[in-house]
Design a protein around this ligand. Structure first.
Ligand SMILES: Nc1ncnc2c1ncn2[C@@H]1O[C@H](COP(=O)(O)OP(=O)(O)OP(=O)(O)O)[C@@H](O)[C@H]1O
Ligand SMILES: [Mg+2]
Length: 413
């Protein structure tokens, strides 16, 4: 059945939508009221919103098919696709201010947004494998619109909106890695989101605050990269910088220097284009700047053995270059990096990973191997910083990442 909605950006009506109620897909965009408020990257040509772009953005708002715990939700609730869950919470999220308002409804943003109104734990409970009664099931949750492949849920803790996120088998190392990455960034004054470790039913999780408020939107680098068509002879890195300049952010390089350096130090394997981005004001549309660094967990040899970690086994690199060394060469300045702040980081890492309960997953030798590997990679950055007096290496499209795909944590058979 076709149902009419209005796409809203906080209190601003953006476009009229016709949607298929069963699949949650956008079938038509008959009218656009405020093109400047369309999600970043959605085309608007000859007075009309590009329906395919808008539908892609909308479907991307749903829980990805590869999310751990999703099958349990769909089977328990008898729902065919995760996109069908979107309309059950007006498509509201805790990462931006977009939502859909049913035609002729008098519901307002202030009455429904998740930043200021309570939400249900039901979807989060099923995602976390907890029994839930189907009777009186309440779908009103930002968990319907949260992205990413790892098991996760939003919770209100002491009035604060917090994201709780797990790890993947067999080592469940990602929550620890988030804590370690936070420690490194705290020492280096890199704007970041702090993660802490918590336990739930004998499994480790990390918890962090929502860094988006009722006034702001997180806009992924993926969306930013869509604002201009990438010319063949321009590298992905340069294209991102150009797109940022195009929307008025001319100082993105420093934030990229910091993110790339962190990712080298922790051997991050999954900094894809949805794992960093920009923040803007959702009403004035003014750009605020780079989002604090988040989601650094798929790193520190989280799927490798201690021997492989010690041996500096090659791991995938994203988002700009396929190899970590090549990506580190993109850094234009290390002047902000005070290496003395990293003294003792190996001991801090060993301590974080030597948590008694973690031993069950992580095994005995892992903590020492990770600490050693990080110290070795910090030495590499130090060498690179010393060598850089001749200026930055020339960037070109060689070694550029070709496709942006997030890591999937399904066990490999
Ligand atoms: N603290 C936060 N505040 C607001 N939004 C957040 C926060 N953390 C994550 N998000 C949003 O939720 C999405 C999923 O979170 P995150 O990237 O941490 O999960 P993930 O499962 O590790 O992802 P991936 O599939 O990249 O491994 C992010 O892409 C971002 O849009
Ligand atoms: Mg992510």
């Amino acid at each position: 059945m076709t149902v009419k909605y209005v796409l809203m950006h906080k209190n601003t009506p953006v476009a009229e939508l016709e949607m298929d109620e069963n699949t949650g897909h956008i079938l038509k965009v008959p009218e656009t009221y405020a093109a400047e408020h369309l999600p970043v990257g959605v085309g608007f040509k000859k007075g009309a919103t590009e329906r395919v772009d808008l539908n892609d953005w909308w479907i991307n708002r749903s829980i990805p098919a590869s999310r751990s715990g999703l099958r349990n939700v769909l089977e328990t609730l008898g729902i065919a696709t995760p996109s069908a869950l979107l309309t059950r919470c007006y498509g509201l999220s805790l990462s931006d201010q977009y939502w859909i308002k049913p035609e002729n409804s008098d519901v307002s943003w202030s009455n429904v947004n998740f930043f200021e109104n309570p939400f249900s734990d039901d979807i989060g409970d099923i995602l976390f494998g907890k029994p839930s009664s189907k009777r009186n099931f309440d779908f009103f949750s930002p968990d319907n619109t949260s992205n990413g492949n790892l098991k996760k849920r939003w919770k209100i803790v002491d009035e604060k909106r917090c994201l709780i996120k797990g790890g993947s088998k067999p080592f469940q190392q990602q929550p620890y890695n988030e804590v370690i990455a936070s420690a490194i960034m705290r020492r280096l004054d890199i704007p970041h989101i702090d993660y802490e470790l918590i336990w739930d039913e004998d499994a480790p999780y990390c918890i962090c605050d929502d860094f988006i408020t009722a006034e702001t939107d997180l806009v992924s680098a993926w969306q930013i990269m869509l604002t201009v068509k990438q010319p063949n002879d321009i590298s992905r890195y340069q294209h991102y910088i150009n797109c940022c300049s195009g929307i008025g952010i001319n100082d993105i390089v420093h934030a990229l220097d910091q993110m790339i350096t962190l990712d080298y130090i922790i051997a991050n394997e999954d900094r894809h284009l949805n794992n960093f981005g920009l923040i803007r004001n959702a009403e004035t549309l003014q750009w605020i700047g780079a989002a604090p660094v988040f989601d650094s967990g798929s790193s520190l040899g989280y799927e490798l053995t201690p021997a492989q970690i010690r041996g500096n086994a090659a791991v995938e690199c994203k988002p700009f270059k396929k190899h970590h060394k090549a990506q580190l060469e993109l850094v234009t300045s290390f002047d902000w990096l005070d290496f003395s702040k990293l003294y003792g980081i190996g001991d801090e890492i060993s301590e974080i990973l030597s948590d008694e309960r973690a031993a069950l997953f992580l095994g005995p030798d892992r903590a020492a191997a990770v600490a050693e590997a990080v110290e070795k990679r910090i030495d590499d950055v130090h060498d690179m910083a010393m060598d850089m007096h001749g200026g930055m290496a020339n960037d070109n499209t060689e070694d550029d990442v070709e496709e942006d795909i997030a890591q999937s944590y399904e066990p490999r058979l």
